[in-house]
Design a protein around this ligand. Structure first.
Ligand SMILES: *Cc1c(COP(=O)(O)O)cnc(C)c1O
Length: 375
């Protein structure tokens, strides 16, 4: 991994804040239990230390999307911790899934057939989650397929149903009427499995003003993203600080960056920083986004390049501007949700795209910063 001196920027991952967010959600949804969603490498932050932190905080249920993610994470999990695979079982994956005691989310009658067959092959009952489609039209059994299952319960022979779940389409919008519609659809489908614990809510759902069933699958809120717009009750988990590579002064009329998409309308001081779209800093932030230098906004001018960004620092005091000077990309003045809004996307995408070239400092609340004023 790049060091503080060899990387273009330092990505700080605050595991204290992650644990605090887990506790905030747990208080919010009690008496329901909070499961950690750690798919996509813990939303880009590192599934292993995320899971270790959450286990310390009391989390005993984890969800990944793919069996491959489960295989990678399994050795890091402690005894008695459950690992669920949201996308369920690809044909041919049954043996691998059973071998690591991962619990598939069965999304179709076909997946049920294959898991039941695997149970017969192994001569033991196998655990599973049943997902029903309550209106999102993405994964899970349709109401008709649920009816088939209810009429032919022997299809579940050998399968130990641990949970029945569904997923909300509009949970980030507390005013969306569809949230109630989905809850009603879900309750109607889950009623056929009266003894099985139920799970409907993600981060957004956890903050809807109603009950939360038995288990809540929390992802983005754990990582500091706003579950439902502002105000955001979560603590920021990531901070990203780049260091100025080069400073220059250009006259009015100068063009900046690829395609010269920015023209300076005044004599302008430009700071170039070593973070670009190859680091997951969206190219859509060209001429739109911002950075902050000691809290002072420095707009991105010109296009975001693969490895660098140009900032207008004309209004930043000179004392703060030198090669190696710190520039905040994510931190107290700029949240993941703010960057996402500027880029026309969501915080999930900002987090999961965070690059591999950063120096990642995990756990520490503050990063040692070397001041190198050697002008
Ligand atoms: C990703 C995912 C979650 C977590 O959603 P957040 O909005 O990040 O809390 C929960 N459930 C399912 C089925 C998911 O795919």
């Amino acid at each position: 991994m790049p060091s503080i001196d060899t990387a273009g920027a330092v990505l700080r991952i605050d595991l204290e804040a992650l644990a605090e967010n887990y506790r905030i959600i747990q208080r919010q949804v009690a008496p329901a239990t909070v499961a950690g969603v750690v798919k996509a490498n813990g939303y880009g932050l590192g599934a292993e230390h995320v899971a270790a932190t959450l286990m310390d905080a009391g989390c005993r249920h984890f969800f990944v999307a793919l069996l491959g993610e489960a295989v990678a994470l399994k050795p890091a999990l402690r005894d008695g911790v459950s690992l669920f695979v949201l996308n369920g079982l690809q044909p041919g994956a049954e043996g691998d899934c059973a071998a690591i005691d991962a619990i598939p989310v069965l999304n179709s009658l076909d997946q049920i057939v294959r898991w039941a067959r695997q149970a017969r092959t192994l001569g033991r009952r196998l655990p599973a989650v049943l997902q029903v489609d309550s209106g999102m039209s993405r994964l899970g059994l349709s109401p008709e397929e649920v009816a088939t299952l209810v009429a032919e319960p022997e299809r579940l022979d050998g399968i130990d149903l641990k949970l029945i779940m569904s997923h909300l389409a509009c949970a980030d919008d507390p005013d969306a009427a569809f949230n109630d519609q989905q809850r009603e659809n879900f309750e109607a489908l889950a009623r056929h499995f009266p003894d099985v614990p139920r799970a409907l809510d993600n981060s957004g759902g956890a903050f809807l003003k109603r009950g939360h069933f038995d288990l809540v699958r929390a992802g983005i809120a754990l990582y500091g993203g706003a579950p439902q717009g502002s105000p955001n009750p979560m603590r920021a988990v990531v901070a990203l600080e780049a260091r100025i590579t080069q400073l220059r002064n250009v006259p009015a009329g100068a063009g900046v960056g690829y395609g010269l998409t920015h023209g300076c309308d005044r004599p302008t001081q430009i700071a170039t920083i070593p973070v670009g779209y190859a680091d997951g800093w969206p190219r859509h932030l060209s001429n739109v986004g911002s950075a902050f230098i000691k809290g002072i906004r420095a707009p991105i001018i010109g296009r975001v390049s693969m490895d660098s960004i140009t900032l207008d620092v004309t209004d930043v005091p000179d004392i703060l501007l030198y090669p190696g000077a710190p520039v905040e990309l994510l931190g107290p003045h700029q949240t993941i949700d703010a960057v996402a809004a500027d880029a026309g996307t969501i915080a999930y995408e900002i987090l999961t795209q965070l690059g591999q070239r950063y120096c990642r400092v995990v756990g520490a609340a503050t990063v040692p910063h070397k001041r190198s004023i050697t002008a």
